[in-house]
Design a protein around this ligand. Sequence first.
Ligand code: KIV
Length: 264
Amino acid sequence: MGKTTVSAFARRREAGEKIVVITAGSAAESAAAVAAGIDIILVGDSLGNTMLGFDTTIPVTMEMMLHHTAAVRRGAPEAFVIFDMPFMSYHTGIDEAVRNAGRALQEAGADAVKLEGGADPELIRRLVASGIPVLGHLGLLPQSIQTVGSYRVVGRDEAEANRVIAEARMIEDAGAFAVVLECVPGELGRRITEKLRIPTIGIGSGAACSGQVQVLYDTLGITARTPKHAKRFAEVGEAMRKALAAYAEEVRSGAFPAPENTFK
Ligand code: KIV
């Protein structure tokens, strides 16, 4: 079977098959995602929060994203990998944005890029015309936290819902292959999914979306606080703490390393 291309996701939507997306930031994570049968790996800038210890995604740079995306690609050579364009990498002019998106494909091996917000259809057109597939991202936009002020559900009132619908149509018309809907009410997620031809990928936007994306650390139970839209499918954080406590205990007691861990 050849490598997945964006048209596969449109066919999945047509066939009513859900698209499964997870974030990853390392080779071990992407290898596990592929082994688990995940459809798309998103190298989300949320790795700034989960892996790098920042409070927001604002400090995440192109260089950090390239570094993590290249690792994800090495762990999963055949996967469909999306590079999340970080804050200020696509805001200072179309030429600069196209150059940065090109680096994601050329230097890190990504297959597509994701952009937050619905403001600039021309940018999406230029990227697609340059051969760079684009995933849109609407609703809650973590890169706008400084102007918006809080992480909240978007589109609860009709005016705001209509704005998100208009932006989704614009993103589709500009040539994006799919759109992430983050934290919009489930009913709005359903309306947008019905109105668009391209797939919608929900996170906190209800079950009617064409697919779902989740942050790996939430899904594995590594993050301390679980957002309402996430589910802890395991308690990996607790398993890590227990394993490390056992390691420390055995080093201190002399039980580790044992003869079988020692070279003759
Ligand atoms: O950065 C990220 O992980 C994302 C997803 C939440 C969609 O943008």
